[in-house]
Design a protein around this ligand. Structure first.
Ligand code: NAD
Ligand code: DAU
Length: 337
C-alpha cells in the first residue's frame, strides 16, 4: 500500500503546488482537507488523478472531521502536511479573527489528532515569525533567530510554530517545521504582490507600490518550496526546524521594475500608495542547514526567468484569476492601497 498524506490547505497556492510535487515525485496518495475559503479553489486541483487525490471540504478546527481523517494514517510514511492558514498580512490588519481560529485553533486541533494517533506531522510556516531585518544588515534569518512577529498574521503563525514545538517536547509528537521566505509562481491569489501587479498590468493598470518600495523580500519559486518540504518530510530530523530560501532578495521596487520591463512598459510606470501599517523592512533566509544537512537545492534559482514564466502563466490563465480580481481590488480601494 502506498503511503498516504493528509495535506491541509491543499487547494491553496502552496498546498496545491505541494500536492502536484508529491504526485510527480512519489507514489503517495493524498487527501486534501481544505475549507475552500476565498483563497482556496477546486480549480487548483483540476486535472489531478482522482485515484490518488481526494478533496475533503472542511475546517481544520473541526475536531471530529480531523479525527476521522487522521485515524487511518497509521502506515509507514503516512503523515500530515499542515499548509492551511489564513495567509495575507493585509487581511490580518483589518480582521484578525479568522487568523486566530485557523492558524492557532486549527493547528492545535491537528496536533491533538497527531498526538492521539502517533502520526508524523510537518508544519509549514513562514520567515515572518522572525520579524524584520535592517535593510543593509549583513545578517539573514537562521534557525536560532529569536521570534519577533509584527502582524496578527505573523503572530498567529509564530504561535502555531510554538504549539508544534511544545507538542514535540511535551507529548513526543513526531513533527518537523519549516519556515520559508516569499513564494511566487502559478496559482497565487491576486491579492498578493506579484500576481496583483501582473494582472493589473494585463488590464492596463499601473502597479501599486506600498510606501517607498525599498522593502526587501527573499523570493523563492513555490515548486522549490514544495521540493524542500518533501525533502524535510523524508529526511528531516524530528523536532527540528529548517529554513527554506533560495537567495532571492529583491526590493519591491526592483520587482515592479522587472515586471514592467517583462511586460513591455516604462520602468517608472507605477504608483506609490500609502504604506502598510507595521510593514516589515526586510526578510532574508540563510538556508545553509537545509542545504548541508539534507542536501536540498532549488531547481529554479533564476528569479528573472521564474518571474517571466509566471507572467506567462497569468497571461494564459485569465479564466483562473479573473473571477477574483475585481473583489480583490475593491478591498484594496477601501483600504486606500
Ligand atoms: P493561501 O491563502 O493561498 O492558501 C491557504 C489555503 O488554506 C486555502 O486553500 C484555504 O482555503 C485553506 N484554509 C484556510 N483556512 C482553513 C481552515 N480553517 N480549514 C481548512 N482549510 C483552510 O496560502 P499560501 O500562500 O498557499 O500559504 C500556505 C502556507 O504556507 C501557509 O501556512 C503560509 O503561512 C505558508 N507560507 C506562505 C508563504 C507565501 O509566500 N505565500 C511563504 C512561507 C510560508
Ligand atoms: O515571507 C513569507 C510571507 O510572504 C508569507 O508568510 C505570507 O503568507 C505571504 O503573503 C507573504 O507576505 P508579504 O506580506 O511579504 O506578501 P505580500 O504579497 O502581501 O507583499 C509582498 C511585499 O509587497 C510587501 O513588502 C508588501 C508589498 N506590496 C504588496 C502589495 C499587495 C506592495 O508594495 N504593493 C501591493 O500591492
Amino acid at each position: 500500500m502506498s503511503r498516504h498524506l493528509l495535506v491541509t490547505g491543499g487547494a491553496g497556492f502552496i498546498g496545491s503546488s505541494f500536492v502536484r510535487h508529491v504526485l510527480a515525485h512519489t507514489d503517495a496518495r493524498v487527501t486534501v482537507l481544505d475549507k475552500l475559503t476565498y483563497a482556496g479553489s477546486t480549480a487548483n486541483l483540476h486535472g489531478l488523478p482522482t485515484d490518488r487525490v481526494r478533496l475533503v471540504v472542511g475546517d481544520i478546527a473541526d475536531a471530529a472531521l480531523v479525527e476521522e481523517l487522521v485515524a487511518p494514517l497509521t502506515g509507514e510514511g503516512d503523515a500530515i502536511v499542515h499548509c492551511a492558514a489564513e495567509s495575507h498580512n493585509d487581511n490580518s490588519l483589518h480582521d484578525p479573527s479568522p487568523f486566530l481560529h485557523t492558524n492557532l485553533v486549527g493547528t492545535f486541533t491537528l496536533l491533538e489528532a497527531a498526538r492521539r494517533h502517533g502520526t508524523r506531522f510537518h508544519h509549514i510556516s513562514t520567515d515572518e515569525v522572525y520579524g524584520e531585518l535592517d535593510l543593509d544588515a549583513p545578517e539573514r534569518f537562521t534557525e536560532t533567530t529569536p521570534y519577533n512577529p509584527s502582524s496578527p498574521y505573523s503572530a498567529t503563525k509564530a504561535g502555531s510554530d510554538l504549539l508544534v514545538r511544545a507538542w514535540v517536547r511535551s507529548f513526543g509528537v513526531r513533527a518537523t517545521l519549516s519556515n520559508c521566505s516569499n513564494n511566487y509562481g502559478p496559482r497565487q491569489h491576486v491579492e498578493k504582490f506579484i500576481p496583483r501587479q501582473i494582472t493589473s498590468l494585463i488590464d492596463g493598470v499601473r502597479p501599486r507600490l506600498y510606501g517607498t518600495g525599498e522593502n526587501v523580500r527573499d523570493w523563492i519559486h513555490a515548486e522549490d518550496h514544495s521540493s524542500a518540504v518533501l525533502t524535510i518530510l523524508e529526511k528531516g530530523r524530528i523536532g527540528q526546524t529548517y529554513l527554506i530560501g533560495a537567495d532571492g532578495e529583491r526590493s519591491n521596487l526592483e520587482v515592479v521594475q522587472l515586471l514592467l520591463q517583462l511586460m513591455g512598459r516604462e520602468v517608472d510606470d507605477f504608483d506609490h500608495v500609502p504604506d502598510r501599517p507595521g510593514h516589515d523592512l526586510r526578510y532574508a533566509i540563510d538556508p545553509t542547514k537545509l542545504r548541508e544537512e539534507l542536501g536540498w537545492s532549488p531547481s529554479c534559482p533564476d528569479f528573472a526567468a521564474g518571474l517571466a514564466a509566471t507572467v506567462d502563466w497569468y497571461r494564459r490563465h485569465e479564466a483562473w484569476w479573473r473571477p477574483q480580481k475585481a473583489a480583490a481590488e475593491a478591498k484594496y480601494a477601501r483600504r486606500g492601497r
